[in-house]
Ligand binder design. Structure first.
Ligand SMILES: Nc1ncnc2c1ncn2[C@@H]1O[C@H](COP(=O)(O)OP(=O)(O)O)[C@@H](O)[C@H]1O
Ligand SMILES: [Mg+2]
Length: 374
């Protein structure tokens, strides 16, 4: 059985997954901060920090540049970096290109320029690319990865092979086919693709078709590079020094997604340390009686107030307290369902719903301390 402290002390990569809005970014930053308190050199790679959190971490600029966060409680080092998907994509093309001529050909190709934005917009994919670089750079003892808000929960886990699969697709073969023939354009005059190509040529011009085919040919040259990197990222996902942490809020939808991730991670053999429950409403064991706690105070103030004001206030506080208790009990029942989906050895950690949003280092320290426990 592992405490959260040993999880952040003993691993090189921690990946926070979960539904959107539950607090993945908050938990990732809190855990990175705690690991830096414990003396490690940590990078938190964040994707979509709330603006005020980004500002207070000094992350207002994009650019894949790690920023150091100073705080008197940190014995180690804390660095934060906000993913810049466009820069990441650009760097990736350069890295997997067999030579700089190929890279330049791709960057200047109009088809590439037209689709680069939408490929780079795939934050899941770019996050896994970035991850590989920072983890293998050897600059940090620990990298904590916040994952992007995904429409589909599996987008992130499936991300690594995406470009390789795209490059491998039949559609590419279809586009390339006419150019593979020794007689080149000659084959364009035959078969189905010939008809379509002639039509496209009429619409977009022969020059555009040339660029399209050049784009696909260049991309095909990158296939091996894409495949090698995606295999390396998948290996990183199941490395003995890696742990996934499922982050959830005690809401119906958050809990459902958490169960789903626990199952998927198990099915894929990806190591998951447990579940971090954020934004939990916790109440003491003994229900206080509002009348008993506040009655004497209310009675002493009643003289200055309109008739029955103090009684009405006590009654309302009593009702609010009962509602809070019911909410807390409902959350406990929901989390019971998550516990049943956990494997032996996995743990559950909790941080409270704070009175204010978590927008600075002090608030992150509070959340992290609650997660780690006494
Ligand atoms: N324990 C908490 N108490 C109060 N507010 C929280 C807590 N955790 C997160 N928040 C707030 O909830 C919002 C969403 O959190 P965030 O970490 O960005 O979620 P995600 O990354 O899962 O989308 C943010 O404004 C954050 O400040
Ligand atoms: Mg987030």
């Amino acid at each position: 059985m592992s405490t959260l402290r040993t999880v952040i002390e003993a691993h090189r990569l921690i990946i926070c997954v979960g539904a959107g809005g539950v607090g993945k970014t908050t938990v990732a930053a809190s855990l990175a901060l705690q690991a830096a308190r414990l003396g490690r050199k940590v990078l938190v790679l964040t994707i979509d920090p709330a603006r005020r959190l980004a500002n207070s971490l000094g992350l207002s600029r994009f650019g894949n540049e790690p920023v150091r966060i100073e705080h008197p409680e940190l014995r180690g080092e804390l660095w934060a970096m906000m993913l810049d998907p466009h820069q990441t994509f650009h760097d990736l093309i350069e890295r997997v290109s067999p030579d700089s001529t190929t890279a330049q050909r791709i960057f200047h190709n109009r088809v590439f320029v037209a689709i680069a934005d939408s490929i780079a917009g795939s934050q899941d994919y770019m996050a896994t690319e970035m991850l590989y670089d920072v983890v293998t750079s050897g600059r940090y003892d620990l990298v904590v990865l916040d994952t992007p808000p995904a429409k589909n929960a599996l987008d992130f886990l499936d991300a690594p092979g995406r470009l390789a699969r795209f490059t491998d697709q039949r559609i590419m073969k279809w586009f390339l086919a006419p150019y593979e023939e020794p007689r080149g354009f000659g084959r364009l005059l035959m078969g189905t693709s010939a008809v379509v190509f002639r039509l496209l040529g009429h619409i977009f011009g022969r020059e555009f078709l040339g660029e399209l085919s050049e784009f696909f040919q260049a991309f095909r040259d990158l296939y091996d590079g894409f495949r090698e990197r995606s295999e390396a990222v998948i290996a990183l996902f199941s490395d003995p020094d890696t742990r996934f942490i499922v982050v959830t809020a005690p809401t119906a939808s958050g809990v459902e997604t958490a169960r789903f991730f626990l199952g998927e991670l198990r099915a894929r053999g990806m190591p998951c340390a447990g579940v971090a429950v954020n934004q939990r409403h916790l109440v003491g064991e003994e229900p206080p009686d509002a009348e008993q706690v506040l009655g004497p105070l209310a009675a002493s103030l009643a003289g200055d107030l309109a008739p029955h004001t103090a009684e009405a206030l006590v009654a309302r506080l009593g009702a609010a307290d009962r509602r809070l208790r019911e909410l807390s009990a409902l959350e406990a029942r929901r989390l019971q369902v998550v516990r049943q989906a956990m494997s032996p050895g996995q743990e559950m950690w909790q941080a409270r719903r704070q009175l204010r949003e978590v927008h600075d280092v002090e608030a992150l320290l509070v959340v992290g301390a609650q997660l780690l426990g006494p």
